[in-house]
Design a binder for this molecule. Structure first.
Ligand SMILES: *[C@@H]1O[C@H](CO)[C@@H](O)[C@H](O)[C@H]1NC(C)=O
Ligand SMILES: *[C@@H]1O[C@H](CO)[C@@H](O)[C@H](O)[C@H]1NC(C)=O
Ligand SMILES: *[C@@H]1O[C@H](CO)[C@@H](O)[C@H](O)[C@H]1NC(C)=O
Length: 328
């Protein structure tokens, strides 16, 4: 989700190379929030001021979570009631986020239901733990041709107009210009499609680091990269499968661009993939991680080595959204 964009990162932070910090051994997650209005969380983005924004495939709300605890999560955006799920989310300019909305039933998206929403947090104010002045929330464009929109990231660190969006059933990545609303498929490949009898979600998470786009494919249990044009998002070289993963949902690239930390939804683990060698190491293994779908690095100096993870937790005989924190 390019949360650690150099343009957006706090200029005062001293960037410590993360490679030295990913030491062998396991790190323990702590739960920092639960969100009872959902049955689980889908994606996660971080504001430059540190708060987390989380989406859910069982809610049309987007919640803000305070990473240091002590305050309850608040709903900061509500999509129109014809949407009942929110998925990939990314920021293009400070506090202006773009989010996939859709009608989702379990693991399938109702045909024709997808749209990209704009959530502008700039007008929002909070008072006493509640929203006193709302965010500006609007449907930017419907994407009726989409089959299952899932991951969303910016096209380039220096670009505030284009987002890339993955379609897990079509097996493709499209580019949307958020000003002109021009929408075009830029990469469609066998490595992005559903080709096995496993769960019917192909390409899932997408992230860029410089001019390389990385992606997971849940159905094919792979993690791959492709060099792209920073002008239009098309591939400028071959797709390379970097690692086979027993399970790989969404992920984050470390700020130094050397590793990907992957949420292994269903396995209770997070994996670290060395992007040059392709070696995979389990860095966390906890029942708290049983349904983790995405993760993001903190953007403040104080939490630039922390990973925030979105997932779900059991509560009685149901499940609720859960946000975890791990220190690398
Ligand atoms: C969302 O809408 C779809 C289509 O109407 C429905 O099948 C699904 O159960 C709804 N999801 C929730 C969480 O209510
Ligand atoms: C961003 O930088 C790349 C590489 O220098 C360049 O090709 C591209 O045109 C730039 N994009 C924008 C929107 O400035
Ligand atoms: C995670 O821990 C469980 C329980 O200790 C163990 O059975 C499992 O093999 C571990 N998974 C990995 C990938 O290390």
């Amino acid at each position: 989700m390019a949360r650690f964009s150099s343009l957006l990162a706090s200029a005062a932070c001293v960037v410590v190379p993360l490679v030295a910090l990913v030491v062998p051994g396991l790190t323990e997650p702590t739960q920092i929030a639960t969100i009872t209005g959902t049955q689980g969380l889908e994606n996660i983005a971080v504001r430059s001021s540190g708060e987390l924004l989380v989406t859910s495939t069982t809610s049309n709300l987007i919640f803000m979570v305070f990473p240091d605890g002590g305050r309850d999560p608040v709903a900061v955006a509500e999509l129109d009631s014809s949407f009942n799920a929110t998925l990939g989310i990314a920021e293009l300019t400070r506090d202006v986020f773009y989010v996939i909305g859709a009608q989702v039933n379990g693991l399938t998206m109702i045909s024709g239901s997808a749209g990209i929403w704009k959530v502008d947090l700039r007008p929002m104010t909070l008072q006493g733990g509640a929203v006193s002045q709302p965010a500006d929330v609007s449907l930017l464009t419907a994407i009726p041709s989409a089959q299952l929109l899932n991951g969303l990231c910016r096209l380039a660190e220096n670009d505030t107009e284009h987002i890339l969006i993955s379609d897990s059933v079509a097996g493709s990545i499209s580019r949307l210009n958020v000003e002109t609303l021009e929408y075009e498929t830029v990469i469609s490949d066998e490595t992005m499609r559903v080709t096995t009898s496993s769960i019917a979600i192909g390409i899932d998470g997408i992230r860029i680091f410089q001019n390389t786009l990385y992606f997971t494919n849940i159905n094919q249990a792979l993690f791959a990269s492709v060099p792209i044009s920073l002008v239009d998002g098309t591939a400028t070289g071959p797709i390379e499968v970097i690692a086979d993963l027993s399970q790989g949902d969404d992920f984050a690239i470390t700020p130094d661009g050397q590793k990907a930390i992957v949420a292994q939804n269903g396995l209770m683990t997070l994996a670290s993939i060395d992007l040059s060698s392709g070696s995979v190491q389990v860095i966390a293994n906890s029942t708290l991680l049983s349904a983790t779908s995405s993760l993001a690095f903190g953007r403040r100096c104080a939490d630039s080595k922390s990973i925030y993870v979105s997932g779900s937790a059991s509560m009685g005989d149901t499940t609720v959204g859960s946000v975890l924190k791990l220190e690398l």
